[in-house]
Design a protein around this ligand. Structure first.
Ligand SMILES: O=C[C@H](O)COP(=O)(O)O
Length: 253
């Protein structure tokens, strides 16, 4: 049985009080409403991590994640945050390779491979994002695009380390656009991704790897998406900023 995960990516949103209210609401609602076999993760801006971590306390099914980290452990890298720094705050997960990082900050697969190593070396778990842009989908090259992102960004890991990774397939054309991939499109790609993992690491590892879908997921479509056999949950952007919507998604299995 694969781990079911609903991860919220707050992106660069929410001021201090807003972040604290949202995190408190999510923790309380998840305790009462989210099925116990679903992990809820809040991936917040760096400035909110420590407070959100303390609001989560010893909650059994809620975790905290960062949205990025740097490749190096310390040094003269003004403005960056390292994996050891995140680990020292007890951060559980780190999103890596989100399409916004790839597009606006020029993150390459090679850099993401190093970041993945840094996260794992510090006993945190990567949520590794990848996915094709609209032109690639229209050209029918989405599978090749995803295969390259995986093989260059994360398939260098040992099977043991890969077993700790969460994959997040996010078709870039569906992010923040309101245009969700159909459940059939999601399932087709998730199955292809699982086959790629199986070809590299074997079927047992592939069967255990959580593969999340991201891109305009919301309460009204989460149930159909999560009902697909290879969709193990979601990486939720906009809808993770409203506690009720986010929790409803966590109940959509
Ligand atoms: O990381 C989350 C994705 O970018 C999805 O964002 P969205 O749910 O706002 O489309």
């Amino acid at each position: 049985m694969r781990q079911k995960i609903v991860a919220g990516n707050w992106k660069m949103n929410l001021l201090k009080e807003e972040a604290e209210s949202l995190a408190s609401e999510v923790v309380n609602m998840a305790k009462d409403e989210t099925p116990s076999d679903v992990k809820v993760i809040m991936c917040t801006p760096f400035v909110h991590l420590s407070k959100v971590k303390s609001l989560i306390g010893n909650s059994a099914n809620v975790f905290v994640g960062a949205q990025n980290c740097y490749t190096e452990p310390s040094g003269a890298f003004t403005g960056e945050i390292s994996a050891p720094q995140l680990a020292s705050y007890g951060i559980d997960y780190v999103i890596l390779g989100h399409s916004e990082r790839r597009e606006y900050f020029g993150e390459s697969n090679e850099m993401l491979a190093k970041k993945t190593d840094a996260v794992l070396a510090n006993n945190m778990l990567p949520i590794f994002c990848f996915g094709e842009v609209l032109e690639e989908r229209e050209a029918g090259t989405q599978k090749a695009v995803v295969e390259k992102q995986l093989s260059e960004g994360i398939f260098h890991l040992s099977a043991e380390d890969f077993g700790k990774v969460v994959l997040a397939y996010e078709p870039v054309w569906a992010i923040g656009t309101g245009k969700t991939a159909s459940s059939a499109q999601a399932q087709e790609m998730h199955k292809d991704i699982r086959d790629m993992v199986a070809a590299k690491y074997g079927q047992e590892v592939a069967d255990a790897t959580p593969i999340l879908y991201g891109g305009s997921a919301k309460p009204s479509n989460a149930q159909e998406l999560f009902a697909q056999p290879d969709v193990d949950g979601g990486l939720i952007g906009g809808a993770s900023l409203a506690s009720r919507d986010f929790i409803e998604i966590s109940k959509s299995y």
